[in-house]
Design a protein around this ligand. Structure first.
Ligand code: G6D
Length: 347
């Protein structure tokens, strides 16, 4: 187990890239800028170690990361409709960065700050703790919030992200990671032929601006039913209006049943790679890279649509406007504590 730090100078800014490596040869690399995960190297069924996430070839491109490749997202993941919300009788106006809506924490969200990183090694893991303090009024949000996010890699090829935060005022908070996974290895193909299983019986309907309508839709008898597993391709070219609204694929919030051992299983037959996700979050956005075009130069190739799949465990800002959705409220001095483990193995 080890962790190495590589100082970088990117457009005059001083960044660091950290690489956590376990004894099996798996590694996870990330930046202090935005907590961005830049690569995850895992073996295929033949023992070939290859990268399984989308990352830029040139670090400077992370300064204009409209796909949020690898990024730590917050203060609130997802879309806050009309960039406004009310809390304790007060209305807050946030910066609109996608039409009239507020997406992924706004133009200067947590994906665009430099986190303070402390490397930590234990007998069974190597990792880092990322610290940041967001002041009251940052991006329009109430409360000074202290963040502590841990990245931990074990010799079981498990990579865990633990999110902790505490605010000095009532506020809203919903953090996630926006890595695009591709289990083919070094982005050999899109993720359309990946097999996906999600322990979720309902998803949230979207309107044409990708804002939740407040309607929970049963997945049964639709291409949104991943309970028994299906190809990601089933949602591409599908006649379901929700797949079309999402830009020909999925971009939807699935409410976990939390009835299975794991919440999500992603696998790819040719490489034999498998990724299981276990989280205490109530739900997840499944996003199949529908807006990714050919404009990004990644380490291995030029980007294309559907080149990666995001498994963004989180709660939903829809809870600000509709009852019954997993809440994103964080009370003053309450500790926000969520964890998601990504376990890599082979079929
Ligand atoms: C698109 O709608 C999707 C979002 O879910 C995603 O996070 C973003 O691209 C990167 O806006």
């Amino acid at each position: 187990m080890n962790a190495i730090t590589t100082p970088l100078t990117v457009e005059g800014q001083s960044w660091n890239e950290y690489t956590l490596s376990n004894d099996n040869g798996m590694s996870v690399s990330f930046l202090d800028y935005g907590g961005i995960i830049t690569s995850i190297i895992t073996p295929d069924k033949h023992g070939n170690y290859e990268n399984v996430v989308l990352g830029f070839d040139n670090y400077k491109d992370y300064l204009n990361n409209s796909n949020y490749f690898g990024a730590l997202i917050g203060r609130v993941s997802g879309r806050i409709a009309n960039s406004t919300f009310s809390l304790n009788g007060k209305t807050y106006e946030l910066p609109a960065n996608e039409g009239k809506h507020h997406l992924h924490g706004g133009p200067v969200g947590l994906h665009g700050v430099i986190w303070q990183v402390e490397l930590i090694e234990t007998a069974t893991s190597t990792g880092a703790v990322l610290y940041h303090t967001s002041l009251d009024g940052d991006a329009g949000y109430p409360g000074t919030v202290k963040f502590k996010v841990s990245y931990t890699l074990t010799n079981d090829n498990e990579f865990t992200i633990d999110y902790e935060a505490i605010s000095d005022q009532d506020t809203i908070l919903s953090l996630t990671n926006h890595s695009y996974f591709n289990l083919t290895g070094n982005l050999k193909d899109t993720v359309l032929n990946h097999d996906l299983k999600i322990d979720a019986s309902q998803y949230v309907e979207l309107d044409h601006e990708l804002i939740p309508t407040g309607r929970l839709v049963p997945v049964a008898d639709t291409v949104f039913d991943f309970t028994k597993g299906r190809k990601i391709a089933d949602g591409v070219g599908s006649n379901d209006p929700q797949n079309k609204i999402a830009g020909d694929g999925y971009d939807h919030f699935f409410i976990f049943n939390h009835k299975e051992d794991v919440n999500v299983e992603l696998s790819e037959e040719t490489s034999g790679r498998k990724l299981t996700v276990k989280t205490n979050q109530p739900a997840m956005v499944l996003y199949t890279g529908n807006s990714v075009d050919d404009s990004c130069t990644l380490k291995e190739r030029q980007s294309v649509k559907h080149l990666g799949v995001c498994l963004e465990t989180q709660s939903t800002p829809a809870s600000l406007n509709y009852p019954g959705f997993p809440s994103i409220l964080l009370a003053k001095h309450e500790t926000y504590r969520h964890t998601t483990t990504f376990k890599f193995s082979t079929l």
